[in-house]
Write a protein that binds this ligand. Sequence first.
Ligand code: N01
Length: 517
Amino acid sequence: MTTHDVEIAIIGAGFSGLGAAIKLSQEGVDDYVLLDRGQDFGGTWRDNVYPGAACDVPSHLYSYSFALNPEWSRSYSHQPEIHRYINAVADEHRIGEHALFGSDVRRAEWDETAGRWKLDYERDGESHTLTARTLIGGVGPLCEPNLPDIEGFGDYRGKIVHSARWDTDYDFTGKRVAVIGTGASAIQIVPQLGKVVGHMDVYQRTAPWIIPRNERPYLSVENWAFKNVPGLQAAIRGGIYSFNEVVAAGMTYAPKALKPVEALSRANIFRGIRDPELRKAVTPRFAVGCKRILKSNEWYPTLDQDNVELVTDGIDRITETGIVTADGTARDVDVIVVATGFHVTDSPVFDTIVGANGESLAQVWEREGMQAYKGSFVHGFPNLMLLIGPSTGLGHTSMVYMIESQLNYLVDYVRKTRAHGITRVDVRKDAQDRFNAGIQRTLRSSVWVNGGCASWYKDHNGDITVLWPGFTFNFRNQTRSFDLDAYDVRTADRPAVVAESVQTADEAPAEPIGTDA
Ligand code: N01
């Protein structure tokens, strides 16, 4: 067992944790470590290796703004290329020197006396301890697979594979396969499996809206231009970003304006499926945008294949050999693929982070709902910054944009705490409450609240606590500077300091709380 102390500990080496590490290095902070239970950078893009895994945000936008990649091979990138990109960026910034891979953080607890976070983690089968002044949580919302709560699940004797824990050695050729789920992961897996399996049953609980996917390989002349024409890539990126913001406006303020998207989806169904009954079965019964809008050209034609059956009767139970639906039909299979998503609002990670009053994030959020100030700081959890925390999720554009907004906030946190000798910050409860009331007000008119669907954007109270409503540039504006006046702060020599007294004279006044409200 080892113990060591650092200024900052980052958990997670995906887009957000790596981005934090790069920004810290650029700020001259060298005393930090990055812990990840995997063996390299990439997070969700390292773990999701199922067949067909790809991003549904165009390549030019789905990258760091400070590390544009003119060599993307396709208009939408696939998992291996994104994984390679993330590792190349890490190498370029020499972040590997700070990484402790294979480290599974079991518990992180704030020690009030020491004014530090104490982390217990396992590495190479041994227990270790680490203390840090600041803890950055970059584990991401899509890291803990959600297994379906179906009777008999544990009884099944065949193979079970979750989309995010794919067994790349398993040969699906000629097998009888069941796929549970029709979300973003399933619609990518099913067309790939459909090419090789003997027979596949696809269990659909809720039909999603799916628009065509405008994916194509880039010509070498285009890659040349991305590299050599100044500003071209940034301009394309800006164009994609702006278009997506229009969609965000529709989702938040005027769901009826999304009718053209619905028409596009209906045309996609019509084009992909010949059988009228099947067309009806795959047509969603909620407003477009209420759940993530998916993109695929292959999903509907695959469902129309002879070796594929769409099963819409609810699953009653799983037996030793297969799945039984509510109408009593039993379908035996060799393998069950569970593409059933992630623990987002109930992640087990929340149990392991314990704040100043001895309560875990899970306990606080169970009582108060999943909330943070600017998606980043939670009252009662001093010096903890969450990346992609509550109310930062998106269904329409690149999460990397939100991450980079939070990285601006992190950089200014580092600058201000250093400049003023601040050792402890805790967001004030009233500031956090006002911020979240603003979010909930903005959400009232949104498709996520009014669209008539159940989604993983909602927490156990039925509140949308995952998503950022409205324009993402509002979030960018609100995270531009670390607004000390929203925090209780302490310095090393003075246990409690009024925030205003450490506010710099040239600092802009605190930005309005909430989103656009
Ligand atoms: O998970 P999901 P996902 N019985 O939660 C069904 C990102 N992502 O892994 O809709 C039967 O969306 C569930 O049914 P229902 C992206 O942000 C991005 O697919 O709840 N079915 C649903 O169909 C995405 O949103 C990309 O009725 C059950 C499915 O399982 C997020 O990851 C690619 C069930 C779960 O869908 C998660 O996507 C992949 C049960 N007991 C993922 N439980 C791209 O960029 C659940 N389901 C392309």
